[in-house]
Design a protein around this ligand. Structure first.
Ligand code: SAT
Ligand code: MN
Length: 580
């Protein structure tokens, strides 16, 4: 197969001349192609078949032990002008970057097959969707891309019709961490990734395209590409609301997107539109509409069980690719907190021994088609997306941030988003558990200067009168002994309910310096075994801690220098003043 699109044909010819593959395979995205690649990877050992009786069509991939997470220190935004990338990104001059990475790509596909993977981010017929082509020498990447995106012939047809696509070139190279780079060239709409096979580094449709490149495009074109889940909440009366929520990686986005209502919430329904990324556009009436550019989930496995996420637990019982989990003696996948079976082998294929650490890597992942989710909303395929009632920001904070609060208005909400901080997790290489600023949960993903990004967010206030309300939540608040105060999981619906009621003007709140806080009685905790003092602690506003927090946020913002929108600093100063 080849293509009628001359620039695409020319680019693939150039890449082939550089990388010198043995074979070229244009992916059509069919099931037959998927099955054939799986068969081939079972032979090479890149995949291991899991127990077919209980996990039909499920496979395990073990990555190189040095290649298990995103590598932010090796990820670059190579814009012409360094200022456009901003202090939030590593920057390299584009010509220097090309030179450096071209050397690595030279001849790297000898003895390998070069796969050409056309894909569409978003429903194929959506005006909001965008296409890309990833060229890769990894069959693992191809089968993941088929689950995660609308991949193959239909995407190629759209590319040939529109003539526009993001160019992603990927090679696993020799997996040497010293020869690893993830580079973005936003002006060229291109991505080059070398030396890693891990999700966010290698499945280029995801963080590289749908966040870094797309955020750059959104800035220029008037829309937003965000690290947000999209969820539908339906009340027993049939009232539906769509919420978009941003949390840093591995802070429970997938669980919130797939929430199962608590037993006492009869008649409530929660459906998933997306678990990681949202593209937000204003429609003709000024409503903010969201599409999920992806069509599959790449979720954290450890901790998934019937209680924490029943839908996910069921969803990954068939047709799933597991990466870096353990295996039981009867060949079922195993992970910490699975609450079923025992590990015989760990994620590196060694006999399991507690002294070697967990059986499943803490950032082990499942890849699965979104349609397998029992709570899947067919609206995820609607070309027009869904209207968003509320935007929710959150982080993992032991203290300071209360369970929930509402921003005073959109512009103050931009400050709330810009002030997001979280304790680091295993999703990125580096130390775990240190608090870092992660504005809008986009620190690793915003493809341009955060100062310009906040200006872009602020500008929406002038564009529409019917913007969503903005909230902040923290499911992770702890007491002084390190116990979580809030039960979390399904019970988070109680907080979403308060949020929806606020959007509808139905529930109470107290105006404070940081925004609108519910009083303990405003959140329904019926049937929960929570002391009134716990609820008070969850909703407590410690002024001294908050003065410190706001001062830190101010310092953080000021580091963005003259590009920082003054309006954002004014918002910060107003809060500080109100704190007294
Ligand atoms: O970056 S990944 O997409 O691989 C996972 C995450 O950090 O959200
Ligand atoms: Mn993510």
């Amino acid at each position: 197969m080849t293509t009628k699109n001359a620039p695409l044909q020319q680019w693939t010819d150039e890449v082939a001349a550089l990388t010198k593959p043995d074979k070229i395979h244009w992916c059509d995205g069919s099931e037959a192609e998927y099955n054939q690649l799986v068969e081939q990877m079972l032979v090479t050992g890149d995949l291991l078949k899991l127990r077919a009786a209980t996990y039909p069509h499920c496979y395990l991939h073990r990555s190189d032990p040095s290649d298990v997470a995103r590598v932010e220190h090796l990820t670059y935004v190579c814009s012409e002008n360094e200022e456009d990338a901003g202090p939030n990104n590593n920057w390299m001059d584009p010509s220097e970057a090309h030179q450096k990475i071209n050397k690595l790509f030279d001849g790297c596909m000898q003895g390998r097959t070069m796969y050409v993977v056309p894909y569409c981010m978003g429903p194929i017929k959506s005006p909001y969707a965008r296409c890309g082509v990833e060229i890769t020498d990894s069959a693992y990447v191809v089968i993941n891309m088929r689950l995660m995106t609308r991949m193959g012939q239909a995407a190629l047809d759209r590319i040939e019709r529109e003539g526009q696509f993001v160019r992603g070139l990927h090679s696993i190279g020799d997996l040497d961490p010293e020869r690893r780079f993830i580079m973005h060239f936003p002006e060229e709409l291109s991505i080059q990734s070398f030396g890693s096979g891990y999700g966010g580094n290698a499945l280029l449709g995801k963080k590289c395209h749908a966040l870094r490149i797309a955020s750059w495009q959104g800035h220029r074109e008037g829309w937003l590409a965000e690290h947000m889940l999209i969820v539908e909440v339906e009340s027993p009366e049939g009232e539906k609301h769509y919420l978009a929520a941003a949390f840093p990686s591995a802070c429970g986005k997938t669980n919130l997107a797939m929430l199962i209502p608590p037993k006492s919430y009869k008649g409530w329904k929660v459906r998933t539109l997306g678990d990681d990324i949202a593209w937000l556009h204003l429609d003709a009436t000024g409503r903010l509409r969201a599409i999920n550019p992806e069509s599959g989930y790449f979720g954290v496995v450890p901790g998934t069980n019937e209680k924490t996420n029943r839908n996910a637990y069921e969803m990954i019982r068939h047709d799933t690719i597991f990466t870096n989990v353990g295996v039981t003696s009867d060949n079922e996948p195993w992970w910490e907190d699975k609450q079923d079976g025992e590990p015989a082998t760990d994620w590196q294929g060694r006999p399991y021994a507690a002294a070697n650490g967990p059986a499943a890597h803490p950032n082990s992942r499942f890849t699965v088609s979104a349609a397998q989710n029992p709570g899947y909303s067919p609206l995820a395929d609607d070309p027009g997306g869904v209207p968003i009632s509320a935007i929710i920001f959150g982080g993992r904070r032991r203290e300071v941030a209360p369970l929930v609060y509402q921003s005073k208005d959109w512009k103050h909400g931009v400050l709330v988003g810009a002030g997001v901080a979280s304790e680091t997790t295993a999703a990125a290489a580096g130390q775990i558990g240190v608090t870092r600023r992660d504005p809008m949960a986009m620190k690793p993903f915003c493809g341009y200067n955060f100062a310009d990004y906040w200006s872009h967010w602020l500008s929406f206030a002038e564009k529409s009168e019917s913007l969503p309300k903005i909230f902040h939540v923290n499911w992770f608040r702890q007491d002084s002994d390190g116990n979580f105060l809030w039960p979390g999981f399904g019970d988070n619906l109680r907080v979403l309910r308060w949020i929806i009621d606020r959007c509808e003007g139905r529930s109470g709140a107290t105006e404070t310096a940081i925004g609108y806080l519910p009083s303990p009685g405003d959140i329904d905790i019926s049937g929960l075994d929570l002391e009134p003092s716990t609820m008070e602690a969850l909703l407590n506003l410690d002024k001294e801690q908050w003065r410190q927090e706001m001062q830190e946020i101010g310092k953080y913002l000021e580091a963005y220098g003259s590009r920082l929108p003054q309006e954002l600093l004014e918002q910060q100063r107003a809060v500080l003043k109100d704190l007294g």
